[in-house]
Design a protein around this ligand. Structure first.
Ligand code: ATP
Ligand code: MG
Length: 251
């Protein structure tokens, strides 16, 4: 039992969730390592939503509202940490949800499907009983995507994605939105919009912003997306990391 007064209470609570998900088979062992990498950057960023993460969330919300075929891609970490929030966001956007796993096994797909169904999701793509289409530029099982889902989507929200897949999705012409605490990961640098924040804060912020922008005119939404510069935003995250810590290391 972690005491609420512990300075790392929130972080330790998330760690417990991730370990539990691993024990239940929802998460691969490497999913715990990926979480550890995320924790490192969260620590460096002060474990709070930065002003530039808010900017990225606004651009992401605008892009998702403008999309004709938006989709939210879910992996083990996402299912472990924010299943209800993902379903809520998908409902607000009228977006589909697709299970997309780096270490795919039928058992893990079935478990994640169950987690999402328990969270209220109705029509889940990326399961094993549907027709698949191959994403160009990827090899083996990782090239597979749902024919009705990511394959035909114009805008893909894919938190915690691997760099290879992110590159292939952008090359195939999709607008790629990611959530990634490491501002220097290949995915963060490749995506059109990178929200450098913890998924547990980013998804609720996205829900709120989608609601706020829900009645905005398409021209206004286009303007928000157009004025967003991902490279600049990533630079701002790096500056925040430096500025937060530089005083502490000065002699
Ligand atoms: P890339 O392939 O893009 O270079 P990687 O191989 O370093 O990235 P992956 O394991 O492919 O990393 O993806 C995991 C990514 O998710 C990491 O960049 C990590 O910082 C990030 N991450 C982990 N947990 C969270 C979280 N809770 N919220 C946001 N991002 C997270
Ligand atoms: Mg990777």
């Amino acid at each position: 039992m972690i005491h609420k007064d512990h300075p790392r209470y929130e972080s330790l609570k998330l760690r417990t969730k991730v370990v539990d998900a691993y024990k239940r088979g929802i998460l691969a062992d490497s999913g715990m390592i990926a979480h550890g990498r995320g924790e490192t950057f969260d620590y460096l960023l002060g474990e709070e939503t930065t002003s530039n993460a808010k900017k990225a969330v606004k651009a992401a919300a605008a892009a998702l509202l403008l999309a004709n075929k938006p989709i939210i891609s879910v992996n083990g970490n996402t299912a472990a940490l924010v299943p209800c929030e993902i379903v809520k966001l998908a409902d607000h956007l009228n977006a589909r949800i697709e299970i997309n796993l780096f270490y795919r096994t039928p058992e893990r797909v079935a478990l994640i499907e169950e987690v999402l169904k328990d969270a209220g999701a109705k029509n889940i793509l990326g399961t094993d009983h549907e027709e698949k289409a191959l994403i160009e530029g990827l090899e083996g099982p990782r090239a597979s995507s749902s024919k009705e889902g990511i394959y035909i989507a114009d805008t893909v929200l894919v938190p915690l994605e691997d760099g290879d897949r992110a590159e292939a999705l952008v090359k195939s012409g999709k607008l790629l939105i990611t959530i990634d605490l490491n501002p220097l990961s290949r995915t963060a640098k490749t995506a059109n919009i990178t929200i450098v924040d913890n998924i547990v804060r980013a998804i609720p912020n996205l829900i709120d912003t989608v609601k706020e922008l829900g009645n905005a005119q398409p021209t206004a939404l286009h303007q928000i997306v157009k004025s967003f510069d991902n490279q600049e935003n990533i630079m701002e995250s790096l500056k925040i990391i430096l500025e937060k810590h530089i005083d502490k290391v000065k002699p």
